[in-house]
Design a protein around this ligand. Structure first.
Ligand SMILES: Nc1nc2c(ncn2[C@@H]2O[C@H](COP(=O)(O)OP(=O)(O)O)[C@@H](O)[C@H]2O)c(=O)[nH]1
Ligand SMILES: [Mg+2]
Length: 709
């Protein structure tokens, strides 16, 4: 049976690792009879964490699609991993979700992972609600969690429920929307509806009134009714909440114990009654302007692929959302990103690894297909005649990198193939074969992210892959002027070679005045492919060198600038003036002038107080107050320059400049220093001078390498 758009609910479960998302999903599937036995994260048998790697580690790494039928709705559930190493999975889930359900661990309150996720919820403008989970925990503190949520996410955070008796004895929830108490049997499941105990009535009423006000606040007719009647009917209240949630005017808070299976049914009921269907969301923006309303009746079919994963024996599995129209297995679709045609010959709905074939999927619904020929994440496929492209997802810049050393030359090809396959599935992984550094590098979101890629390569592909320290792309420049002349002369039988070049080199900067004492005939300011500039000035008067050799002379300089005199790194920001020289009517040629200028440049460079430059990154660390000292202490050992500190919510934000060479393994160090209570982003900022002692050491290392070669 296919679900109408208005009966589809797409929710994604978000939250700090360990808040209980996967367990909560399992509970929803059990309560809606999708499964007849509840697995647990400990036993490694949940529907959501179905891959071997997740079972082994005991937490989620990939987002998982599931669904639960509840009342009129098909609730599509995307469970996500909590670590920010896997933020790509959060982004793709938020792209297609219409409600974000943010889980809060009742014993911990707002955590770093909650903060991170909230940034994305705000960015995507996704309607959101909270579930305070684990209220059965002996350290559960609902009031404190709620207080932190309101402090951090604002007064739109409005409770719908609270636990009557949190802690080990938990078995009842007070519901201020329905004004009832749900009392659960010892093993959870379907609760009994009871009157709210007299002692709780004041608190429940106060909560109810706050809800009514929030629901009426943005709707004039409801507001009038509320003033007239002093209250709203359940249907009016629901109507007001529906609008308010869809427009992110309120973030309701529900309560649950996932392990005891207490509360998930009511939450699904709330999702069914109150949360937006895909048709209640703004039309999807299209690339290149325009938008696409979610409509199964009038629209032609458009489908967006938000995730792919390769499965042994099956090959590529593609997860998609139907943005418009109705998708049938018989129809040919056209990929608007690469113009290819595709047929979704089998349509599935999924509960983790279990897939069930369906005959159609309507606008708003989420499904799975296999064996697409040439369609990838972020592609849109349309019925013939349309070339709509849904605005693609954007993934964050990598935060860490490592070099990879393969065991043998013959395995290199296999390794690259495996890496590229993972790269295809995981848009936050970047594989780079760097000719400059002579290394294969992988860039990702954190140490855990990279470690898991290594694990997959080793376990699944059987290739051992070691991580080694990546080289640094240093740069070389000069700090003062130097003049030099070089004569290249060769007379070994046959034709001789002769060229003499006199050059001045000096540090170059934009807007630099013309050289004194020289007559500039021609200027050529070149943007170097690796950044920075070469200003090449031709200052020959009286024809001591024919202008036809200027190209060869410049080439000679460039060849040395590509492999700098100090450490073989690239040179930048240098002005070279060619002001004199000699040529020979027979023995001079391009080659001779090239060699002469290369040598002249190298000599001049070494006399011009050369300076190594290193890449500097802008680093932002967000950490809890109590680990601030550790984070700062560690930064001091990394030659960091602190730019600023500011409170953000109950976290501290540290902004610093840190040399790339000092960032190695920062991700894992930070995690262990702070027990996961910190996160960071980094971005390339600029090149700056390497301290003298380190420069000496780097030059010595380069010399030693040259000798070895
Ligand atoms: N006491 C208690 N523990 C829970 C509850 N929900 C989850 N847990 C436990 O918390 C841990 C993390 O749960 P998991 O579902 O993997 O969290 P996720 O990382 O958010 O997916 C597991 O040990 C669960 O058994 C709950 O409601 N109460
Ligand atoms: Mg999980």
């Amino acid at each position: 049976m296919a679900f109408e758009t208005k009966n589809v609910r797409n929710v994604t479960l978000l939250g700090h690792s360990g808040s209980g998302k996967t367990t909560f999903a399992e509970t929803m599937l059990f309560e809606s009879n999708e499964i007849d036995r509840r697995g647990s994260v400990q036993d490694g048998n949940t529907v959501s964490d179905y891959t071997n790697i997740e079972k082994e580690r005991g937490n989620s790494i990939f987002s998982t699609l599931m669904h639960a039928n509840w009342k009129d709705s098909k609730i599509n559930i995307l469970d996500t991993p909590g670590f920010d190493d896997f933020v790509g999975e959060v982004i793709s889930s938020l792209k297609v979700a219409d409600t974000a359900i943010v889980l809060i661990n009742s014993a911990h309150g707002v955590e770093v992972g909650t903060e991170l996720i909230w940034e994305y919820v705000e960015k995507f403008e996704t309607p959101a609600m909270f579930v305070i989970n684990q209220v059965d925990h002996d350290k559960s503190d609902y009031d404190q969690a709620l207080e932190q949520m309101q402090a951090r996410f604002g007064p739109k955070v409005i409770p719908v429920q609270y636990p009557l008796n949190q802690g080990l004895g938990f078995n009842a929830i007070i519901d201020a929307l329905r004004m009832v108490m749900y009392e659960f049997p010892a093993d959870g499941g379907k609760p009994e509806k009871k009157d709210i105990p007299a002692a709780e009535m004041d608190r429940a009423k106060e909560m109810h009134n706050a809800l009514v006000e929030a629901a009426a606040e943005n709707d004039e007719t409801l507001m009038e009714k509320y003033f007239d009647q002093g209250t709203l009917s359940e249907e009016e209240l629901a109507e007001g909440l529906r609008t308010a949630i869809a427009h992110q005017q309120i973030f309701p808070v529900m309560v649950c114990s996932s392990t005891r299976n207490m509360g998930s049914g009511r939450i699904m009921g709330f999702v069914n009654d109150i949360c937006p269907s895909p048709a209640d969301r703004p039309a999807a923006p299209l690339e290149g302007g325009g938008e696409l309303a979610c409509n199964s009746k009038d629209g032609t079919c458009s489908v967006f692929i938000f995730k792919t994963i390769s499965e042994p024996k099956v090959g590529m599995v593609s997860y998609f959302k139907v943005y418009s129209g109705v998708l049938h297995p018989s129809e040919d679709l056209y990929n608007a990103n690469n113009r290819g045609s595709e047929r979704f010959s089998q349509l599935f709905i999924a509960n983790g690894k279990d897939r069930k074939q369906v005959e159609e999927l309507r606008a708003g619904d989420i499904g799975v297909t296999v064996k697409l020929k040439n369609s990838h994440t972020n592609n849109t496929l349309n019925s013939k005649g349309d070339d709509r492209r849904i605005e693609p997802m954007h993934f964050p810049e990598p935060r860490i990198r490592t070099a990879v050393s393969p065991p043998s030359k013959s395995d290199m090809e296999k390794l690259m193939k495996a890496l590229h396959q993972i790269e295809e599935e995981d848009p936050t992984l970047i594989v780079e074969q760097s000719a400059v550094l002579k290394q294969t590098l992988i860039h990702g979101q954190g140490q855990l992210h990279l470690d898991l890629i290594k694990y997959r390569i080793e376990k699944v592909q059987g290739i051992t892959m070691d991580f080694i320290r990546p080289r640094i792309a240093y740069r070389e420049t000069i700090t003062r002027m130097a003049n030099t002349q070089y004569r290249h002369k060769k007379q070994s039988g046959g034709a001789g070679q002769f060229a003499e070049v006199h050059m001045r080199i000096e540090p170059y900067y934009d807007g630099m005045p013309a050289p004194s004492e020289l007559t500039v005939k021609n200027t050529d300011i070149e943007d170097l492919p690796w950044g920075g500039k070469l200003a090449f000035f031709w200052c020959i008067v009286g024809g001591s060198i024919d202008a036809k050799y200027s190209n060869a002379i410049k080439k000679g300089i460039m060849s040395k600038m590509e492999e700098g005199p100090l450490t073989g790194s690239r040179c930048q920001d240098i002005r070279v003036c060619i002001y004199d020289g000699k040529m020979h009517p027979v023995d001079s040629n391009d080659m001779a002038f090239m060699l002469a200028s290369t040598h002249a440049f190298k000599e001049a460079f070494n006399e011009a107080a050369p300076q190594l430059l290193e890449p500097i990154y802008d680093l932002e660390v967000l950490c809890a107050d109590d680990v601030m000292g550790e984070v700062m202490g560690d930064l001091q050992t990394r030659r960091a320059i602190i730019q600023g500190m500011a409170a953000e919510g109950h976290y501290q934000k540290i902004i610093a400049k840190v040399p790339q060479s000092e960032m190695y393994q920062y991700s894992s160090t930070l995690r262990s220093l702070t027990q996961g209570k910190a996160k960071f982003t980094r971005k390339f900022s600029e090149y700056s001078a390497v301290p003298h002692e380190i420069q000496k050491q780097l030059i010595a290392e380069h010399q030693a390498e040259l000798v070895e070669d």
